[in-house]
Write a protein of this length. Structure first.
Length: 386
C-alpha cells in the first residue's frame, strides 16, 4: 500500500494503463473489449449504466472525492488558506488556463472542434508530482508547494467546467434531494469519532451512494457528487478516509479510467487530415501551459512580496509550467464530455491529450532535472565555500 501512496509509482501505473488502452484498441482484441465497455450493468429496469459510464461517472466520483478533501484541507489549513499564500499560484493558474484556451481556439475556431476549448486547461496532479519526485531531487520545497497549489486550482477550474458546461436538463427535485443528502452526510460525519462510528460509517456510505444517484439523475455530471461530499465531510475523518482511499484510487480508479479513456483507434489518415481537436490540444497543453504559467507566475512576483521566503526563479516557473502541461486524467474526462456526441472528434482530442501530455512530461523531465542539478551544484558550492 505504501508504494501506491508514493508520488512516483502511480504516475508509472497511469502511463502503462494508457499505453495498454491504445494497444488494445488497435489490436484484434478491440471488438470484444468495445462490446464489454458498452455492456449494461445494474438493476434491470431500475438503474443501469454501461461499463464505460460506470467508470467515468462512478469510479471517477471517488477520485474527485479525494481531490475535494485535499482541496478542503488546503483552503482551510494548508497553502491556500490566505489571499497572500494563494496569490502567486492563482495568477499562474489563470495564465495556465487562459493561454491554452486561446491557443486551442486559434487552431479550432470556426470548426466543430471549437467546443473542446476546456480540454487543455487541466493539470494531472498525480503525474506532475510523480515526475517531480523522480527528477526533482534537490529542488526547493517551495516549488513542490507551488505546483501542488497550482494543480489544485486547476482542479477547481475543471470541476467548475464540468458542473457548468456539461449540465443539461436539470431535474431540480433530484438536485434538492441530493442537497439534503449532502447536508445529512456532513452532519453525520462529525460523529465518526464517537462510539457509534460503525453504524455512522454505514449510514455515510448509504448517503454517499444516494447522493451520487440523485446527482446523476438530476442531469449534473455525477462526479460532482464526489466533490460536494468531499467538501462537506468533517476534516479530520475526511483526511483519514482520504488516506485509506488513496492506494485504491492510485492503483485501481485512475488506471482503469486511463485504460478506458485511451481505448482509441488511431485514425489511418495523413497528418494534414487530422482534426483541429487533435492539433489544438497537442499545441495548447505543452506550449500554453509552459508559457502561461511561467509568464503569469513571473508577473505575480512583481505584484506580491513574500516576506522572508525566496521567490521562485523564472526557470523554476518554466519547469512548473511543463509539469502543468501534463493534462491526462481531467483532460481525458473533458474530451469525453466536450465531444460526447462526436466520436471521431472525441478520439482525436483524446490522442491530442495523450500526445500533448507525453510532450509535456518529457519537457518537464528535462527542465526539472536541469533545475535540480542547478540547486544541487549551488548547495555543493556553498558547502565548499564554508
Amino acid at each position: 500500500m505504501s508504494l501506491l501512496r508514493s508520488a512516483r509509482f502511480p504516475a508509472i501505473v497511469l502511463l502503462i494503463a494508457a499505453a495498454l488502452g491504445l494497444i488494445v484498441a488497435n489490436s484484434p482484441l478491440w471488438p470484444a473489449v468495445d462490446d464489454a465497455m458498452h455492456a449494461y450493468i445494474g438493476i434491470p429496469g431500475v438503474f443501469e449504466l454501461s461499463l464505460s459510464h460506470w467508470i467515468k461517472d462512478g469510479l471517477l466520483a471517488i477520485f474527485f472525492f479525494v481531490v475535494a478533501v485535499e482541496l478542503q484541507y488546503e483552503l482551510t489549513t494548508g497553502q491556500l488558506n490566505s489571499a497572500r499564500k494563494a496569490m502567486q499560484p492563482a495568477i499562474a493558474a489563470a495564465g495556465g488556463v487562459l493561454l491554452p484556451i486561446a491557443i486551442y481556439l486559434a487552431v479550432a475556431w470556426g470548426t466543430d472542434a471549437a467546443a473542446g476549448w476546456p480540454i487543455p486547461t487541466a493539470t494531472d496532479i498525480a503525474f506532475a508530482l510523480g515526475v517531480l519526485a523522480v527528477f526533482g531531487k534537490g529542488l526547493p520545497a517551495a516549488l513542490r508547494v507551488f505546483l501542488l497549489a497550482l494543480a489544485i486550482l486547476d482542479d477547481i477550474v475543471g470541476i467548475v467546467f464540468i458542473a457548468v458546461l456539461f449540465t443539461t436538463g436539470v431535474d431540480f427535485g433530484a438536485l434538492a434531494g441530493a442537497a439534503v443528502a449532502v447536508v445529512a452526510f456532513g452532519i453525520l460525519s462529525r460523529l465518526l469519532d464517537t462510539r457509534a462510528r460503525v453504524p455512522v460509517a454505514i449510514l455515510l456510505v448509504l448517503l454517499a451512494i444516494t447522493t451520487w444517484v440523485l446527482v446523476y439523475n438530476s442531469g449534473v455530471h455525477a462526479t460532482i457528487a464526489g466533490v460536494v461530499l468531499g467538501l462537506a465531510m468533517a476534516q479530520r475523518p475526511a483526511l483519514r478516509v482520504r488516506h485509506e482511499l488513496e492506494p485504491w484510487v492510485n492503483g485501481i480508479v485512475l488506471p482503469v479510467f486511463a485504460f478506458s479513456a485511451a481505448l482509441v483507434v488511431i485514425p489511418a489518415v495523413p497528418l494534414s487530415q487530422l482534426s483541429p481537436a487533435f492539433w489544438g490540444v497537442l499545441v495548447a497543453l505543452p506550449v500554453g501551459k509552459v508559457v502561461g504559467i511561467a509568464v503569469f507566475g513571473w508577473l505575480s512576483l512583481k505584484l506580491s512580496h513574500r516576506g522572508g521566503q525566496a521567490p521562485l526563479a523564472f526557470s523554476d516557473l518554466l519547469a512548473a509550467g511543463a509539469l502543468g502541461g501534463i493534462g491526462f486524467t481531467v483532460s481525458l474526462l473533458l474530451s469525453e464530455l466536450a465531444f460526447s456526441g462526436a466520436a471521431a472528434l472525441r478520439d482525436q482530442a483524446t490522442l491530442g491529450v495523450l500526445a500533448g501530455s507525453v510532450i509535456s512530461l518529457l519537457l518537464a523531465a528535462g527542465l526539472v532535472s536541469w533545475r535540480a542539478w542547478h540547486y544541487r551544484r549551488r548547495m555543493t558550492t556553498a558547502a565548499a565555500a564554508s
